[in-house]
Design a protein around this ligand. Structure first.
Ligand SMILES: *Cc1c(COP(=O)(O)O)cnc(C)c1O
Length: 391
């Protein structure tokens, strides 16, 4: 049995309307990947992203895979991708037998440092073979330096794919995340800001690209009287039942984002004055959906150790937290691939902790997390002062 009365990092937040759409799908017997829920959810997303069409698929990972296939990424090609990342963004590069080039982060956004991306592009132009794609990731819902990355994509002629899996509801320069570059992807996994239980979408203003994605996600099946396959396809379509969850969730998006942003501000205001934790503000022009609130332990004698102790203290109290993702170039599955940069991603992994951020947390739960965390940090705050005096 799953434990109850636990404060989760980010759990699904249903509004009650979802079940009606699922019931309709059952009543009409549209329990396949076709039906009203698919069409309605697509329309909602098209309106939100202001695009002519979107492709609903069964995971964010599948959407990334399709974006790579549609960028003609194949064996022997290279793809620039952030090192501080989730494996779901990197695995599809390997499905294509291509090589990820891991790029380090910058402190302001935790996301890929555009200067490092440009270093890689320059060196590849020099050696004569350009990467096939750049993937920008808006990790934790925080907008990347998307304008700079779009500029580099144009300057070097390498398509930009935006992994906005975490970032529905975030904006940069007033544009929704997921709409930068050639194509963007969203995840509707159960832990994200809105969910279909599991699912994803490919977003692009290029209607032909989306049409092609839909074709590939349906086993590359041409509907003439018999099935004709001119290329390799995938079974990646979203079910009409799950689209019903998304259809019910979508109207709640603004409230969900507002609440997550409020939770971030509450942590920042209640904890930063301890002097040993830092919450990075949005960069100018960016509005993060604050999918996860990330605190960076700072100014202690051993930030990594303090971070780990805080993780275990919270766990003892029934509170789920999670260290910032371990960089991909340090993962056994990926460590043989090239890494470019310094130790920013590594440092963020050592010091960063994602605190419970679910929009369905009660006020009591949130205050409980704040008080446990604050008490713990104050202990280290005193220690930090003696440490600073000593050095
Ligand atoms: C969640 C996530 C994915 C994968 O999405 P799924 O829907 O779980 O397949 C990809 N990239 C990032 C950054 C994510 O956080």
């Amino acid at each position: 049995m799953f434990k109850k009365n636990k404060v989760w990092l980010s759990s699904p937040h249903l509004n009650g309307s979802e079940i009606n759409y699922i019931q309709e799908a059952f009543a009409d017997n549209w329990v396949s990947p076709y039906g009203d829920n698919i069409e309605a959810f697509e329309s909602q997303l098209e309106a939100y992203f202001d695009v002519p069409d979107v492709a609903l698929v069964n995971s964010g990972t599948a959407a990334i895979h399709l974006a790579l296939v549609l960028s003609d990424v194949k064996q022997g090609d290279e793809v620039i991708v952030p090192a501080l990342n989730f494996a779901g963004c990197v695995n599809p590069i390997l499905y294509q037998k291509a090589t990820p080039l891991f790029a380090d982060s910058e402190y302001d956004t935790f996301n890929v440092d555009p200067n490092i991306v440009e270093d890689i592009l320059r060196s590849r132009r020099h050696s004569g073979k350009m990467p096939k794609a750049i993937i920008a990731v808006d990790l934790f819902g925080i907008p990347s330096q998307l304008k700079q990355l779009e500029y580099l994509s144009e300057k070097y002629g390498v398509p930009l794919i935006e992994d906005a899996a975490d970032a529905i509801g975030s904006t940069y320069k007033e544009k929704p995340l997921g709409t930068f570059g050639k194509a963007g992807i969203i995840s509707f996994n159960g832990n994200k800001v809105i969910t279909t239980s599991g699912g994803g979408a490919l977003i692009s203003s290029d209607a032909a690209l989306i049409a092609r994605a839909k074709y590939l996600s349906n086993q590359a099946r041409k509907i003439i009287p018999y099935y004709q396959h001119d290329t390799v396809g995938y079974n990646y379509m979203m079910s009409n039942i799950l689209a019903g969850i998304g259809r019910g969730q979508m109207p709640s998006l603004p409230e969900r984002v507002a609440r997550r942003r409020e939770i971030f501000d509450i942590y920042k205001n209640a904890l930063e004055d301890t002097g040993v934790i830092e919450f990075k503000k949005d960069i100018p022009g960016a509005v993060s959906n604050r999918w996860l609130s990330v605190g960076l332990i700072s100014n202690t004698q051993d930030n990594r150790k303090v971070r780990d102790e805080l993780f275990y203290r919270l766990a003892d109290k029934g509170i789920e937290s999670r260290p910032v993702w371990k960089p991909m170039h340090q993962q056994p599955a990926f460590h043989s691939f090239p890494f470019f940069g310094g130790n920013v991603a590594e440092d963020l992994f050592q010091r960063g902790l994602c605190l419970p951020s679910g929009s369905n947390m009660t006020e009591e739960e949130l205050q409980w997390v704040v008080s446990v965390t604050r008490e713990f940090l104050l202990g280290h705050s005193a220690a930090a002062k003696t440490f600073q005096k000593a050095v």
